[in-house]
Ligand binder design. Structure first.
Ligand SMILES: C[S@@+](CC[C@H](N)C(=O)[O-])C[C@H]1O[C@@H](n2cnc3c(N)ncnc32)[C@H](O)[C@@H]1O
Length: 233
């Protein structure tokens, strides 16, 4: 497991990295890649959308070109303090401090869920994907962007030491383990030589469909979830 696949380490990392995040991010995942992913996401204006690991709001901003309102969740106050500067605290973005693997929302709360550039930090990505399946209505869309696994051996070792990288086959395994059935995976790249992103687009199966191995999270999720807390610092 990579050093940043630890929630405390990731939080500490973003406490400092948040200050330069918006300057560096476009070299890895730019507007064009985001906008293409937004087309795959295919949201309607009145869709209730959750952005998990929303950070400084780069994707949230893109989502707001398609929907009226976005729920944004992140575990980093540093990242959210940058997002507050863009959107304010009481505008079209509803901020929630929280953990991707334990979402503070009731079952079937959302029409669609988006998460870009965050899965690589989660120690238990399948658990988070199960949570996504729980909070999104049957038939709704889940889109996850992560880093594609490097093809060259020396880079693979380095990548594994830092965070989660995965290829389409591993993505498919994770989504299936979380109970998704029809998932498409796309590879994106700014230009030759830059890091590749892998974008997975899945549909939440109707109740009763999908994997039945999600006992822990699903059992818990049948209890009414607490009202979400809004980030207010
Ligand atoms: C690379 S940034 C992506 C930000 C934004 N989604 C974008 O597309 O630019 C990753 C974000 O994931 C958040 N994150 C990491 N682990 C998380 C977790 N377990 N729960 C919620 N957010 C998490 C980080 O705090 C950070 O803001």
């Amino acid at each position: 497991m990579g050093i940043l696949e630890d929630k405390d380490n990731a939080r500490l990392f973003y406490k400092y990295f948040s200050r330069v995040y918006d300057t560096i991010n476009p070299y890895i995942w730019d507007d064009r890649m985001r906008n293409q992913a937004l087309e795959w996401f295919d949201a309607d204006r009145d869709d209730r959308v959750l952005d998990v690991g929303a950070g400084t709001g780069f994707a949230t901003e893109g989502l707001l070109n398609h929907v009226d309102e976005v729920y944004a969740l992140d575990q980093s106050r540093g990242q959210f303090s940058q997002a507050f500067k863009k959107f304010g605290k009481d505008g079209k973005v509803r901020f929630h401090m929280g953990d991707a693997e334990r979402l503070p929302f009731k079952d079937d709360s959302f029409d669609k869920l988006w998460s870009s550039g965050s899965i690589e930090y989660w120690p238990n990505p399948v658990e988070a994907l199960r949570e996504f399946r729980r909070v999104v209505k049957p038939g709704g869309t889940v889109l996850v962007v992560g880093p594609d696994y490097p093809k060259l051996k020396p880079f693979q070792k380095l990548a594994d030491a830092i965070m989660l990288f995965y290829d389409a086959e591993e993505a498919e395994e994770m989504f299936q383990a979380a109970g998704f059935e029809d998932t498409r995976h796309f590879i994106q790249q700014r230009h030759r030589g830059t890091p590749r992103a892998i974008t997975s687009v899945a549909t939440v199966p109707e109740d009763g469909d999908g994997a039945s191995d999600d006992a822990d999270v699903a059992d818990e999720a049948t209890e009414p979830a607490e009202e979400p807390t809004t980030a207010d610092d």
